[in-house]
Design a protein around this ligand. Structure first.
Ligand code: SAH
Length: 251
């Protein structure tokens, strides 16, 4: 059996209990070495074979997963954050299906959740934005037509950009072209939950300069939107004058 497991954003104690238990029981682990914290592998049992997929092709990964699983091993395919976001898991699932290898998925804490946590931020604020757009800037890998950053930017929603810090100039230009005010708050979060974590607060208009001055290129998220600014309207959920299924309004 192959278990796709979300490793979480970096801090070893941000993997789920289920993911950690699978990792402890695994005979073979294939981990995304460019982003997964290697400290997590210290929880593996003695003799567990660990492969760094950063150096492997899809064919090589699938071959390791298949042969280990068919030899009766418990196999963990460890992806960073939550595997359902930019994890390239679907192609592995389809290859395993074609080979008759069973698999399941254990979700993880995505880096976009960790970024909000370390900033003490909430993406969905009443009266500010009730939508979070998770996306990336087109670079060497294109994005589908209709998902151009400038068109997504036209919503003015809270936005989180993965895999785009190396393209900050383009990101800034697209966000401005899409209609964000240059003063809209932005923040670049590098290695959320790792010891070397950094938070660079800026605005859409100063984003590219801030990223260039920091030298950051990888393992960072760009977050954008008025959710990062100071003033907040209170929620209906906890408003004494608002009734809902669990509580009557107080006069
Ligand atoms: N599945 C992962 C995303 C993988 S794509 C998740 O759910 O988080 C890799 C990108 O994720 C990186 O380029 C970076 O943009 C982001 N990323 C991953 N870990 C991060 C972290 N700890 N802090 C900030 N960004 C991170």
């Amino acid at each position: 059996m192959v278990h796709f497991v979300g490793a979480g954003p970096g801090a070893p104690d941000l993997i789920t209990v289920r993911g950690y238990n699978l990792l402890r029981q695994a005979d073979v682990v294939v981990y995304a070495g460019s982003l997964v914290n290697p400290e997590l592998l210290q929880g593996c049992k003695p003799g567990c074979r660990c492969y760094n997929s950063a150096k492997m092709t899809l064919e090589e990964v699938v071959s390791v997963l298949e042969s280990a699983s068919k030899n009766g091993c418990e196999v963990v395919r460890l992806h960073t954050g939550d595997p359902a976001l930019y994890g390239a898991i679907r192609e592995q699932m389809e290859a395993l299906d074609a080979l008759g290898v069973p698999w399941d998925v254990t979700p993880g804490v995505s880096s976009f959740s960790a970024a909000a946590a370390v900033m003490g931020a909430e993406y969905t604020l009443p009266g500010v934005s009730q939508t979070v757009i998770l996306t990336r800037c087109a670079g060497r890998t294109p994005v589908p037509e209709g998902e151009a950053l400038s068109s997504l930017a036209s919503h003015g929603a809270s936005m989180v950009l993965f895999l785009s810090t190396g393209l900050a100039e383009q990101v800034q230009a697209d966000l401005l072209a899409g209609g964000y005010d240059p003063d809209t708050p932005a923040a670049v979060v590098y290695k959320a939950s790792w010891p070397e974590e950094r938070i660079l607060r800026c605005t859409v208009g100063t984003l590219a300069g801030t990223v260039a001055a920091s030298g950051l290129k990888q393992t960072a998220l760009i977050t954008v939107g008025d959710f990062l600014s100071g003033t907040v309207e209170r929620s209906k959920l906890y408003d004494p004058g608002f009734s809902h299924g669990w509580r009557e309004a107080k006069p």
